[in-house]
Design a binder for this molecule. Structure first.
Ligand SMILES: O=C(O)C1=C[C@@H](OP(=O)(O)O)[C@@H](O)[C@H](O)C1
Ligand SMILES: C=C(OP(=O)(O)O)C(=O)O
Length: 430
């Protein structure tokens, strides 16, 4: 197992370019693969999760050239996908699994999906159930809830689906399958609005998608036309340095080209509400996905309550928000976040367990956690990512402010979404 020794930093200063957005990188490859023509992707995230997506679509006969952050996908439409001779291995990526299921449901061949140990524990019936309602033939452990999954493509019908969870992965899988119906309408309703990258990108590929509050619909039978996609920096990766800049003394960090899609900016709302010194400098309006440079400085913070509609806008940032809250005066309550239990790890347990090892005053609740600050975190501890990239990076930032060294086990898990994370941290540490 990989272990890294980490120590406190005096201050963080300088500028970094945040790597490409994971959600958008996955979608650009998948949509390019089912579009007609050549799709060119720039600033693609070279993380293990997105490379798993590339590998799966190559196994279906799609020609994909990857040259650092520049990717070219030779799409031949849905019909161009070929029956894979090998099992499609999604690695650690829930997004690959769930969105690809939506695509596979409407093919005319057989395919099998596996992933790593973490994927094998993540619920897939939230996707396989609605896809079955549309006519898909899917089987797997526990009646299609867990990988390995087998899909036999079928002609599909449209549905109106009321999703019990606010999940962009569920919404996207249904919409992708909805494209394969014969002119039928597919509608997805959500309890809260989830990230809308699929809707935005389908439009960039020439598909008509209608949106009304938390309801999204599209007409089946539409085809995708290849396009060029620039992937903005990932706000979920930027979040680690936004928190670092706010809690490390005398810091000022400039994060360049960060995606500020309003369905993703919950971390900015939280920092503002907690009283952080943050400045957003919006770039020229990018029609596809908005982008900004963000400046963060060391801040005096106060505790707040986070829940409701805000949760889907910051779901992946909660581990690092918990760390932020340990440095805020008073109590921070995170609620309505039981989705944390079905991520790469049960992130309520792993966040609370690992931060408690550093002396944080943190307590798990049924649907989130309560953190009391401000606490001086102590080092001389051994912590673990538990194979979860976001837990690993949160602990990497925690180590910047702890007295005494920290040994971080399984730090390589970070490569899933941010292979340059420690290089960027070293670049900023003065
Ligand atoms: O659609 C996506 O790209 C994602 C959606 C979210 O998951 P859910 O759809 O399960 O909320 C998020 O946690 C994940 O990191 C990426
Ligand atoms: C939950 C995450 O990703 P996925 O669902 O794609 O594994 C994440 O990146 O935090």
């Amino acid at each position: 197992m990989s272990t890294k020794r980490l120590s406190k930093v005096d201050t963080l200063r300088g500028e970094i370019e945040i790597p490409g957005d994971k959600s958008i990188s996955h979608r650009a490859v998948m949509f390019g693969a089912i579009a007609n023509g050549t799709t060119k992707i720039s600033n693609f995230l070279m993380g293990e999760d997105c490379l798993s997506t590339v590998d799966c679509f190559r196994k279906m006969g799609v020609e994909i050239e990857v040259n650092e952050g520049s990717v070219t996908v030779q799409g031949k439409g849905y019909e161009g996908l070929q029956e894979p001779v090998h099992i499609l291995d999604v690695g650690n990526s829930g997004t690959t699994t769930r969105l690809m299921l939506g695509i596979l449901a409407g093919t005319d061949f057989h395919s099998c999906i596996i992933g790593d140990e973490s994927i094998a524990k993540r619920p897939m019936s939230r996707v396989t159930n609605p896809l079955r309602l549309m006519g898909a033939k899917i089987d797997g452990r526990n009646d299609g809830d867990f990988t390995p999954l087998a899909v036999r493509g079928k002609e599909l019908n449209g549905v109106e689906y009321n999703s019990p969870v606010a999940s962009a992965q569920v919404k996207s899988a249904i919409l992708l399958a909805g494209l394969r119906t014969n002119n039928e309408l597919t509608i997805v309703n959500e309890p809260h609005k989830s990230r809308d990258h699929t809707e935005r990108m389908l439009r960039a590929f020439g598909v008509e998608v209608l949106e009304e509050d938390t309801k999204v619909s599209l007409q089946g039978g539409q085809t995708l036309k290849a396009t060029s996609i620039f992937v903005p920096g990932d706000i979920s990766s930027a979040a680690f340095f936004l928190v670092a800049g706010a809690i490390v003394p005398n810091s000022e960090i400039i994060l360049k080209n960060v995606g500020i899609n309003p369905t993703r900016t919950g971390i900015i709302d939280v920092l503002i509400q907690m009283g952080a010194s943050i400045e957003i400098i919006k770039n020229e309006d990018n029609e596809f996905e908005p982008i900004a440079d963000i400046i963060i400085k060391t801040s005096e913070l106060k505790g707040i309550t986070i829940g409701g509609d805000l949760i889907p806008k910051l779901i992946d940032e909660i581990p690092v928000i918990a760390l932020l809250a340990t440095q805020a005066e008073g109590e921070t309550i995170i609620k309505d976040a039981s989705e944390l239990k079905v991520k790469e790890t049960n992130r309520i347990d792993t966040v609370v367990g690992e931060l408690a090892k550093l002396g944080a005053n943190i307590e798990a609740t049924d649907d989130g956690m309560i953190i009391k600050g401000r606490t001086k975190l102590s080092g001389n501890a051994t912590v673990s990512s538990h194979g979860d990239h976001r837990i690993g990076m949160m602990l990497g930032i925690a180590a910047c402010i702890t007295d005494g060294e920290i040994d971080l086990h399984d730090y390589k898990a970070i490569d899933v979404s941010y292979p340059d994370f420690f290089a960027h941290l070293e670049q900023l540490a003065k």
